[in-house]
Design a protein around this ligand. Structure first.
Ligand code: CTP
Length: 397
């Protein structure tokens, strides 16, 4: 619970605004101070009076108010806040944020702030799935906004799918993660995760069996220790963790570019299963069975992201951690890989069929550093993540 912290809460105009009343109540019970901002559309769903009563604070509204201006310039409202939360974040509000519009109080505040912003999207499933909203989401995440939800389920409009605002406990967990006062507070850490997809043509691609579970758990564990995490993920099976900045990519080349953009970082953990090769002659159109025989794919080598970041002297993170997925002679191969790539640590694991590790819930790893190797007991991927995050915190202290 964010006791003693100050949340500037922007309430958009969606049916989920009623849940925000409960969010205010629980935040205050947890000792947080809440300054509410109610958009004009938000007033259609909850009244300023109920918001003010629950927050025990003045509600800032869109209506131009000379007294407010004299008390505190509207755009200064976020100055005292530790975090801005937008809940519900409607498709309209997200579009305004992504486009940098400042036509009302909420969007002006969001454009003028240098504070971290957590958005809880809420809208009809088709609005959520519309390419415009997905494009805006991507822009918002790239701009460093944190997101929580939406969840999948029955919607007020009678449809089923993703678009329901996250539940109040989820939003509080995301607020806690964003405000975490741990040993990694203020430290920017980069995590790559998931597989990459390398296109063969517009409908086919080459992938691998990585689920993204281990990388996701590591990002969550680092955020829980207070780190400011940029999570660069390929198309994974598991959803990204809460309270981190998510950058979604498809290919190894996209991942390389996203990692370069996200730097500088104090540490980087490369947990992604990056494809070593891409199809050099990928078709711009779907490859057809044209009776002229089998298609021939030419391969080109992908950039080695871990090696590139480890070996660049300019802007190298203080600590670079790689993974080594091996099927035999794990420690020898991983030790050689550490030297070859130039990273500081390698987390080695045996991914032979039969271990159940690739795509499973558990992991058995050996940590290889300049000092030697240490084998950890087999445990859940989240326990491996917590132990690794604690080690990283110690190394960066
Ligand atoms: N890695 C990367 N970019 C690549 C390939 C791998 O950043 N193009 C990173 C992975 O994220 C991981 C580490 O390098 O941290 C080792 O990945 P792994 O697949 O085990 O090694 P490879 O380099 O593919 O070596 P090999 O195929 O010889 O086992």
């Amino acid at each position: 619970m964010p006791a003693g912290r100050h949340i500037l809460l922007i309430i958009g105009g969606g049916i989920a605004a009623f849940k925000t009343l409960d969010l205010i109540r629980r935040l205050r019970e947890g000792g947080a101070q809440v300054t509410p901002v109610l958009t004009r559309a938000g007033e259609e769903f909850v009244t300023p009076l109920s918001v003010a009563a629950l927050a025990a604070a003045k509600v800032y509204r869109d209506l131009f108010d000379l007294t407010d201006e004299a008390e505190m310039g509207h755009i200064e409202l976020s100055r005292a806040a530790d975090l801005i939360v937008v809940a519900p974040a409607t498709a309209d509000l997200m579009a305004k944020m992504a486009g940098g519009l400042a036509g009302d109080l909420a969007s002006t505040l969001l454009l003028a702030t240098d504070k971290r912003v957590l958005i809880a999207p809420s809208m009809n499933v088709r609005m959520w799935e519309h390419p415009a909203t997905q494009r805006n989401l991507d822009t918002l995440q790239r701009d460093g906004n944190l997101t929580v939800g939406p969840n999948e389920g029955d919607m007020a409009c009678g449809e089923y799918g993703p678009g329901r605002m996250a539940e109040v406990p989820q939003i509080i967990a995301a607020i806690d993660a964003a405000l975490a006062d741990g040993p990694l507070k203020g430290k920017h850490i980069l995590v790559t995760s998931g597989p990459t997809h390398e296109p063969i043509d517009p409908v086919r691609y080459i992938a691998n069996r990585s689920s993204g579970a281990q990388g996701t758990a590591i990002a969550a564990a680092l955020a829980a220790l207070g780190a400011d995490v940029t999570f660069v993920t390929g198309p994974a099976d598991v959803p990204p963790p809460q309270g981190v900045r998510v950058v979604r990519v498809q290919t190894a080349q996209d991942m390389m570019a996203a990692v370069e953009t996200a730097k500088p970082a104090e540490a980087a953990v490369f947990a992604a299963a990056v494809a070593d090769w891409r199809v050099a002659n990928a078709g711009a159109q779907k490859i057809k069975k044209d009776g002229k025989g089998l298609p021939k794919l030419d391969f080109a080598e992908n950039p080695d992201i871990l090696a590139t970041v480890s070996q660049k002297t300019d802007g190298r993170p203080k600590l670079v951690v790689g993974f080594a997925a091996e099927t035999d002679d794990v420690i020898a191969h991983a030790t050689a890989k550490r030297a070859r790539k130039g990273c500081d640590w390698i987390v080695a694991n045996d991914v032979s069929p039969g271990t159940g590790i690739m795509g499973g819930a558990e992991n058995a790893v050996t940590l290889i550093t300049a000092e030697g190797s240490e084998t950890w007991d087999r445990m859940s991927k989240s326990a491996v993540a917590a132990q690794l995050a604690a080690r990283i915190a110690k190394a960066l202290a």
